[in-house]
Design a protein around this ligand. Structure first.
Ligand code: HAM
Length: 436
């Protein structure tokens, strides 16, 4: 039997329902934030990622899926979304619009040839945003507020927002020099990759997956101690805006992020709930003031973030949050001679917005009642031939076990009222106050 490729997974059952539910919440949320949807190809010219993500990052040196197409062009399956969205922003001249900033969101699969483990896949789904044209700290704070709002809407409690600043080019250069000074006397303690990183890009030593427990890593200088006045001011403003939105955060000086493009603000949101495992970073992002220029020669600042769908689903499971009630609104039980009428009724109910199922297996009455229970049906509808003749229906509340005989034309009104009363609230999974 051929099996799925290593590091990939199938979605089915309740996980599929959960993912669809989250996708709907994300769409509605982006509408509220007034962001526009962009979709870019799943593969791009390899050079795009080399330029954007950085030649010395783990992603580019070890993790990309590269291939030559039949025209001998070097292509790469996208390892992240930012580079492609920037390419699109420039190629489609979105920078020439008269409304700024341009606020975009995207969602789709990304590919990294990483060592698979819980929370780390080779094909995974990211939702992300990129905001172009504003260098103001207010834009950074808005971007940070998006995952925080999403997690709140979904009911997650165990999350921790960590922020840091890498500063502008001058601050980053000062920090780079400090890192060289710090690591130079300890080069022989570092792994072979880090020795190379020391020469090419010392910042990357800090996200080494091999050396991260060494004392010299823990004692490394902190970026915020090397910020110049302007960078400090920007970082302070970000914090003031976060406080204005009641977003609780911690300054985490060790966050440098695994991609090369950041300037000023960087942030990550961690799941702090027990049992999550080591891959507990739910999302990450930050500001990139020079990346658009590096990729497309247009001097426009940007800020964004991306979250991993798989880790979000795990966080919900760890907090035992069940977003998708599997309940059916109505299960219709047809009799031998009323199957057509039953199917017609199923169709009418579905068109009216109810979640409905019926028997397609020619089961007997007892087995059908069992099915209705298994499918967690709120109401059971019985359609006997005598009732059809009289234009009547028998409807049973499967929770209270009460039974009613009603006119066929009163059915929708009957159900509407019943659902309104009990506020089944399928749209928000019981979280309706916050969704409104
Ligand atoms: P990133 O930190 O590489 O940032 O990825 C963002 C999120 O994607 C991570 O926090 C994690 O939830 C998820 N993720 C990353 N790799 C994997 C994997 N192998 N398996 C499962 N989930 C994964 C970026 O990608 C940047 N483009 C974010 C950004 C947007 N910065 C500015 N704008």
């Amino acid at each position: 039997m051929i099996q799925k490729p290593k590091g990939t997974y199938d979605v089915y059952g309740s996980e599929g329902q959960t993912i669809l539910y989250i996708e709907n919440v994300l769409r509605a949320l982006m509408d509220r934030y007034n962001y526009e949807y962009v979709r870019t190809p799943h593969f791009e010219a390899s050079e795009l990622f080399h330029r954007a993500v950085g030649e010395t990052t783990d992603i580019v040196t070890k993790e990309t899926y590269d291939f030559l197409d039949r025209g001998e062009r070097k292509m790469t399956l996208r390892p992240e979304g930012t580079a492609g969205v920037i390419r699109s922003f420039v190629e489609n001249k979105m920078y020439a619009r008269d409304v700024m900033p341009v606020k975009t969101w995207y969602y789709g699969p990304m590919y990294r040839y990483e060592r698979p483990q819980a929370g780390r896949f080779r094909e995974f789904y990211q939702f992300g945003v990129e905001v172009f044209g504003s260098k103001e700290a207010m834009a950074d704070a808005e971007v940070i507020s998006i995952p925080v709002t999403l997690y709140k809407l979904l009911g997650l409690k165990g999350i921790q927002v960590n922020i840091n600043s890498l500063g502008d080019t001058e601050s980053r250069e000062r920090y780079r020099e400090a890192l060289i000074k710090h690591f130079e006397p300890h080069l022989d303690e570092l792994c072979e990759d880090c020795k190379e990183r020391f020469v090419k890009n010392p910042l990357r030593i800090l996200d080494c997956k091999v050396d991260h427990d060494l004392d010299i890593m823990k004692q490394a200088p902190k970026t915020i101690d090397y910020l110049n006045e302007e960078s400090k001011k920007h970082f302070e403003e970000v914090q003031e805006y976060l406080k204005a939105m009641d977003i609780v955060y911690a300054i985490h000086p060790s966050i440098v992020r695994g991609l090369d493009y950041y300037t000023h603000t960087v942030f990550e949101v961690e799941a702090s709930v027990e049992g999550f495992g080591s891959q507990n970073v739910l999302c990450g992002g930050g500001r990139y003031n020079h990346l658009v220029k590096n990729i497309g020669n247009v001097d426009v600042p940007g800020v964004g973030f991306a979250l991993g769908m798989e880790r979000l689903v795990t966080a919900l499971a760890c907090e035992q949050i069940d977003l998708c009630s599997e309940a059916l609104d109505v299960y219709v039980i047809p009799f031998e001679d009323t199957k057509k009428e039953a199917l017609s009724l199923v169709q009418t109910l579905r068109l009216s917005g109810f979640k409905v199922d019926t028997d397609y297996m020619n089961k007997n009455m007892k087995a059908n009642f069992k099915q209705a229970d298994k499918k967690n049906a709120r109401f059971i509808l019985l359609l006997g031939s005598d009732e059809v003749k009289e234009n009547l229906l028998t409807i049973k509340n499967n929770h209270t076990k009460e039974e009613y005989k009603i006119q066929k034309e009163d059915l929708i009104a009957f159900l509407d009222e019943a659902f309104l009363e009990e506020c089944a609230c399928k749209e928000c999974g019981g979280n309706h106050e916050e969704m409104e």
